[in-house]
Design a protein around this ligand. Structure first.
Ligand code: AR6
Length: 178
């Protein structure tokens, strides 16, 4: 059955979340990087990178396109899967939130394919990719609230206090709008 998921907010580290699927703010290479991506590979161990390499060789020779998502094992993380998605870069795409919205929608679509019921998202594109937190939070919250999915809980995991406050404000506003 599909419905709208419950949104929850956590101030913390996404690699510590006990959920079915953790979303990684990756890059097109799928071969790792800094930020959330670095933390997930470090804590999850080499199995994740092995599957990423295999995906590059078998399905994404040119890299995973921006706005799309693909799953691997979660290795040693307390989750079953990592869903890798590639956020847009603010300087290149900042006038159009469609690709950022697509990251959330596509990750939920992959989660549905896997049968995941709980999923944790970081604030995609708000670090190295430069998206302003408020704008990113609005797109994240609106897209997830509108999604038709069998996922029951969507947890936004915000690394710092300010990001948490910005997301909390967006959740309040979105609830006020009904
Ligand atoms: N848990 C939760 N959130 C985190 C964590 C963590 N452990 N670590 C950082 N954040 P970023 P992007 C927050 O740069 O902007 C990588 O090198 C961080 O404070 O990880 O989508 C990839 O390989 C920020 O708010 O992702 C790509 O090349 C948010 O997560 C590129 O960076 C996203 O920051 C992707 O850039």
């Amino acid at each position: 059955m599909t419905t709208h998921p419950t949104l929850t907010l956590v101030h913390g580290d996404i690699t510590e979340q006990h959920v079915d699927a953790v979303v990684n703010a990756a890059n097109s290479s799928l071969l790792g990087g800094g930020g959330v991506d670095g933390a997930i590979h470090r804590r999850g161990g080499p199995e994740i990178l092995d599957e990423c390499r295999h995906l590059r060789a078998s399905r994404y020779g040119k890299g995973l396109p921006t706005g799309q998502a693909v799953a691997t094992t979660a290795g040693r993380l307390p989750a079953q899967w990592v869903i890798h998605t590639v956020g847009p870069v603010w300087q290149a795409h900042g006038s159009d939130p469609a690709l950022l919205a697509s990251c959330y929608r596509e990750s939920l679509r992959v989660a549905d394919e896997l049968g995941a019921r709980t999923i944790a998202f970081p604030a995609i594109s708000t670090g190295a990719y430069g998206w302003p937190m408020k704008d990113a939070a609005r797109t994240a919250v609106e897209t997830v609230r509108a999604a038709e999915t069998a996922v029951e809980e969507v947890r936004f995991v915000l690394f710092d206090e300010r990001a948490y406050e910005v997301f909390a404000e967006q959740v309040r506003r979105s609830a006020d709008r009904g």
